[in-house]
Design a protein around this ligand. Structure first.
Ligand code: TMP
Length: 212
């Protein structure tokens, strides 16, 4: 689906530990304080498919194939688009997403599915965002952050090898609506860069809205 001409759809993406959840929450609060009509969603969702996906995430993939895993994320997203994203855009809201179909491309692409195929299928069911901010971070730093700040101790080789593939796919994503931000920079600089990207897309989108 092409970008909506109503509302604004902003997406945060990146590998685990890159700080995207922190940034999504920070931007939500900032826009809220400006009295802008902001709403946040995250994927996987808390719906039926999202719950199954979280179970798989916690108990391991077991027999599920990459194609099945891709389809579960897709079903979850379909539900999110119909129930949450399209209605909020219709109401002219600013949506802040913590992960969207770019995660599908990177994480299930890293399992061997073709990245372009994942993108094409998703773009049939989901509106293209106005802005995607990808937080770039080296995988070992990301894993170190998770271990240090969240007290999680998953740190085996396989996981870091997989995340390296994921990171590589994120690194290669390009487009006029895709912006890469170096998450290893001092936090103040990261915040400033993100604020400026977010404010300019909001201004641009509202300008367009006002003139049509
Ligand atoms: P999070 O709670 O850090 O966002 O983690 C969700 C996990 O789900 C993360 O490891 C990435 C993964 N994921 C996919 O593999 N494919 C997808 O399409 C999405 C949205 C998330």
């Amino acid at each position: 689906m092409k970008p909506s001409d109503k509302g604004v759809l902003i997406v945060f993406e990146g590998i685990d530990g890159s700080g995207k959840t922190t940034q999504a929450v920070r931007i939500h609060n900032r826009l809220g304080k400006m009295n802008l009509p902001v709403v946040s969603f995250s994927e996987p969702t808390r719906g039926e498919y999202g719950k199954r996906l979280r179970e798989i995430m916690h108990h391991g993939r077991q027999n599920i194939t990459p194609q099945e895993e891709f389809e579960l994320f897709l079903q979850d997203r379909k539900e999110d688009v119909q129930k949450n994203i399209l209605p909020a855009l219709q109401e002219n809201r600013i949506i802040v997403m913590d992960r969207y179909y770019f995660s599908n491309m990177a994480y299930q692409g890293a399992l061997g599915l073709e990245v372009k195929y994942i993108q094409t299928v998703n773009e049939k069911i989901a509106p293209r965002p106005d802005l995607v901010i990808i937080l770039d971070l080296d995988v070992l730093t990301g894993i170190h952050r998770i271990n240090t700040f969240r007290g999680e101790k998953e740190n085996h080789f396989e996981k870091s090898a997989y995340l390296k593939k994921v990171g590589k796919i994120f690194d290669q994503m390009k487009g006029d609506y895709i912006q890469h931000v170096q998450a290893s920079l001092p936090l103040e600089e990261v915040n400033e860069e993100i604020d400026s990207l977010v404010m300019s897309i909001i201004k641009e989108k509202h300008f367009l809205l006002n003139t049509h």
